[in-house]
Design a protein. Structure first.
Length: 542
């Protein structure tokens, strides 16, 4: 294995020198003018998707240095260690093997256990989908973080693959409004609750599960009915049993929460889209795993994205990245990616516990296109921060079998508008509009009294704002699996170079502990010993 931290690599200083010499002032427009086939050179086909990197502030010299940095940091051996099941989550002594969950039968580590668990989960999902027999019309999935975001995002994305007459609901927030809103229209006799918690100790999930059970029993149901209407997905089967749940699908400590949708935590996905489609989701992810494991670094999509993240975060100093999926089904993708990236790489010390002298995870945020255009894109185009944007476009729409005739034609036309918007935004971010161009224009809604020079300054755009476009042929279980795996590996790559543990999340513990201490004070009003602000707020709440 190479050196453990990017700043110890000779390439780090070379990258800084290269940034000072030409990287800072790199202009994507000039790069296109100078490089005849910049698009061909800076785009790659990966499994199920195409990645256009050409509108980024990158050239061959930058990439060569970033690749040298990756090699110096032993990225290839770190990747091997991850895939071979070494305990890369060293603060918890755990392997990180979500890739084993999507390996074909007989391949991958722990294959026998993985396949047995998958088969049992899929068989159960199919039994629920047989609604004539199961009598289930609504499935309420209760979980939070990794036990919610992945399943909720995937079920939303694959709506056109779901079964009519069987509705999936996701409840995560400890705010009772979340559960109350879902329960309002449900009948206990036709509802199945899936309680998803790796640890089965998470306050929010257990509170929602207790309330759901209370609602269920209050509807005249018995404990025996609970056994048929509540199932759990957890690696803590004992705690699930103590809760009164008889059917628990278990999994292993080497499946991290934010990497768990491929495990039994994916039960609501399997119920929504069926066993065959769930297997396609796994197969798409596996195809990306193979690409990640075997493609040379310079053509490896997750590696290139991860290296670009380092270039932007540590040299350009860009502190956030916006994700704009131009597909309504992917509207929860930014929220999912927030946990994946920020819980993984939001770390301040290296593997030896030394405080890092450089920045790590960017803020990841976004909204489905075109909605984001009418909210925050103004800032992306003309604001004072440069924020790289990741566009995700899907070539072919899939509106579902109910969309026929004139409606199908009309929605197909809308899809072209959607794609045109997506392309136009990345084009506008790059091109910008010069002061001279703005000066030469007559904007119908612009002030007639303001000096034209002043107006032109308001109406010009700096341009040279970087973006990446990911293009999928269609949004299918297979392509979605590949897309998610692409992001998982990309997060691994930047984390590996930063020399951090991307697989723990100690930062969420302090708030949990303080919450447990504060909870009784909310009932008894005791503000003694608290800081002034917390004491003041507590008294206001009383
Ligand atoms: O937010 C912290 C966290 O531990 C996440 O990593 C995890 O996905 C989430 O809580 C839920 O945990 P569990 O599945 O154990 O309920």
């Amino acid at each position: 294995m190479g050196i453990s931290r990017c700043d110890q690599s000779p390439a780090w200083a070379l990258l800084q020198a290269h940034f000072n010499a030409s990287g800072r002032d790199f202009d994507v427009r000039q790069a296109f003018a100078a490089e005849a086939d910049r698009f061909g050179h800076w785009s790659i086909a990966a499994p199920e998707l195409f990645v256009d990197l050409s509108k980024n502030r990158i050239d061959t010299a930058t990439l060569d240095l970033l690749l040298q940095l990756a090699r110096d940091c032993g990225l290839e051996s770190q990747r091997e260690a991850l895939l071979a099941g070494a305990p890369v989550n060293l603060t918890e002594d755990r392997a990180v093997l979500h890739t084993a969950l999507r390996a074909p039968a007989g391949a991958g580590l722990f294959s026998a256990e993985v396949q047995a668990s998958l088969a049992a989960m899929l068989a159960y999902a199919e039994s629920v989908r047989d609604t004539a027999r199961s009598g289930i019309t609504d499935v309420v999935h209760i979980g939070i973080g990794g036990s919610d975001l992945g399943p909720a995002m995937v079920v939303g994305a694959l709506q056109s693959y779901t079964q009519p007459g069987l509705k999936l609901h996701f409840v995560s927030n400890v705010d009772g409004h979340d559960l109350a809103g879902v329960l309002r229209d449900l009948k206990a006799s036709t509802t199945l609750f899936v309680i998803a918690s790796k640890t089965f100790t998470t306050q929010e999930t257990l509170a929602n599960a207790q309330s759901a059970k209370a609602w269920f029993l209050a509807a005249g149901k018995s404990e025996a009915d609970v056994a048929r209407h509540f199932v759990a997905t957890s690696s803590n089967t004992a705690a699930a049993a103590a809760f009164g749940i008889q059917t628990t699908f278990g999994f292993w400590d080497w499946v991290g929460g934010r990497y768990s949708l491929w495990s039994v935590i994916g039960l609501p996905i399997a119920i929504a889209i069926g066993a065959d489609n769930f297997r396609s989701l796994l197969a798409g992810a596996h195809a990306m795993d193979e690409h990640f494991a075997h493609t040379p670094l310079e053509r490896n999509a997750p590696v290139l994205l991860g290296l670009l993240d380092i270039w932007y975060r540590n040299f350009h100093g860009f502190s956030s990245r916006s994700v704009a999926p131009y597909h309504q089904g992917l509207k929860r993708l930014p929220a999912y990616l927030q946990q994946l990236e920020m819980e993984s790489n939001g770390k301040g010390v290296d593997l030896q516990g030394q405080v890092l002298p450089y920045a790590t995870s960017p803020v990841v945020w976004g909204e489905a296109g075109t909605n984001g255009q009418h909210a925050y894109f103004q800032m992306l185009h003309q604001g004072t921060d440069v924020i790289p944007v990741e566009f995700i476009a899907v070539k072919k729409p899939n509106f579902g079998a109910h969309v026929q005739g004139d409606l199908a034609r009309s929605l197909a036309d809308q899809h072209l508008k959607l794609l045109a918007n997506c392309l136009a935004q990345s084009q506008a971010l790059m091109q910008g509009k010069s002061y001279e161009e703005a000066l030469g224009e007559q904007a119908p809604t612009a002030s007639k009294t303001l000096a034209s020079e002043v107006l032109a300054r308001h109406r010009s755009f700096p341009g040279n704002r970087p973006s990446t476009t990911l293009l999928l042929d269609e949004l299918s279980p297979r392509s979605l699996g590949a897309l998610i795996a692409l992001y998982e590996h990309r997060v691994f790559v930047s984390g590996a170079l930063w020399g951090i543990n991307s697989f723990d999340q100690w930062g969420v513990e302090l708030g949990k502990a303080l919450c447990n201490k504060l909870l009784p004070r909310l009932s008894n009003g005791d503000a003694g010993g608290l800081d002034g602000s917390t004491a003041g707020l507590l008294q206001k709440i009383q």
